[in-house]
Design a protein. Structure first.
Length: 309
């Protein structure tokens, strides 16, 4: 074919701006992870990569929107563990996490932390549990809606302690953290992306991290297992998806860009400061994400459908 006279199949991807849809408010953990990788991905792709926040219904509004978008590689979804919990939590989802998306790759592994507004009172997790048992009616816990990681953690915390607290939903934990700092809510279980700086700055009180290992930037914060709530274990994971039907070569270009971004020392450093880790190149692949997603859908379907929930 003559140069410049190519048909659709010869058109090089990308030749337009790529939008990564973030299902939660700006300034929160998902937004932060996305903004860290967007520029280096754009450099590798030779295109502008912009971030669009589409809040609502614990991340399910954004996922529904991307599921229905053109499968051309210009609309990409960054989502987290919520992609795997949504089917167990919603009867009326307008998307299927497996059927309606093509996986691009895993992005990060993210611990969560149980934090309170400064000066709530308890000085460790054991004290916090006793406090929640005594004061349950008056204690508020913020989260980012049914389907969010913070909501999942809030559920598991209340189950582990055997209390029902007053839940306060937000469009993301960015705004939830703002209210925690302002003292309008008492508790939040959120990703270290959003809490490490506030914990280290002494602006919130930390009780535990939800992963089996302590977090390097938070060496003084015990794990939930160490501090007495071994059943409360959650590891958040972020991943990139495109609508099902996206051409293989487009997915491959996004996969390469993701792997390049995650290997960038500046990206690794920024993530480490936030207590999060980029996944290995082997995990930043469609195969690894497909496996993680199906395994997590099965896990959370079991956990969330236990009697009493
Ligand atoms: C956010 O970006 O606001 C969070 O990922 C919300 C959450 O899932 O808790």
């Amino acid at each position: 074919a003559l140069a410049g006279c190519s048909g659709g199949s010869d058109a090089a991807y990308p030749d337009d701006t790529i939008e990564i849809v973030v299902p939660f408010a700006a300034g929160g953990p998902t937004d932060t992870v996305t903004r860290i990788v967007a520029d280096p991905m754009g450099e590798e792709l030779g295109a502008q990569v912009v971030v669009q926040n589409v809040e609502g219904a614990g991340g399910t509004v954004a996922a529904g929107e991307v599921a229905a978008a053109d499968p051309d590689g210009y609309t990409v979804l960054m989502h987290h563990i919520g992609m795997s919990t949504a089917p167990a939590l919603y009867d009326d989802l307008n998307f299927d996490p497996v059927e309606d998306f093509a996986p691009v790759g895993l992005v990060t592994e993210v611990p969560m932390t149980i934090v309170s507004r400064s000066g709530l009172g308890p000085s460790n997790l054991e004290d916090l549990v006793a406090y929640l048992e005594d004061e349950r009616e008056s204690v508020t816990i913020a989260h980012a809606g049914v389907g969010s990681a913070s909501n999942l953690c809030a559920r598991l915390l209340q189950d582990a302690v055997g209390v029902e607290l007053t839940e306060v939903p937000y469009d993301g934990t960015g705004p939830a953290m703002a209210d925690l700092l302002g003292g309008q809510v008492d508790l939040l279980c959120d990703q270290t992306t959003n809490t490490a700086g506030q914990i280290l700055g002494g602006e919130v009180d930390a009780y535990a991290v939800t992963t089996p290992e302590r977090v390097e930037v938070l060496p003084d914060v015990p794990t939930t297992a160490e501090a007495g709530l071994p059943d409360l274990e959650i590891g958040v994971w972020h991943a990139l998806y495109v609508p099902a039907g996206t051409p293989d070569e487009v997915i491959a270009a996004l996969e390469t860009a993701l792997q390049t971004a995650l290997a960038d020392p500046a990206v690794v450093d920024q993530m480490a400061e936030l207590g999060i880790a980029p996944v290995s190149a082997a995990d930043a692949t469609p195969e690894a994400l497909a496996e993680r997603l199906s395994e997590q859908i099965a896990l959370w379907d079991d956990v969330l459908s236990e009697p009493g929930r």
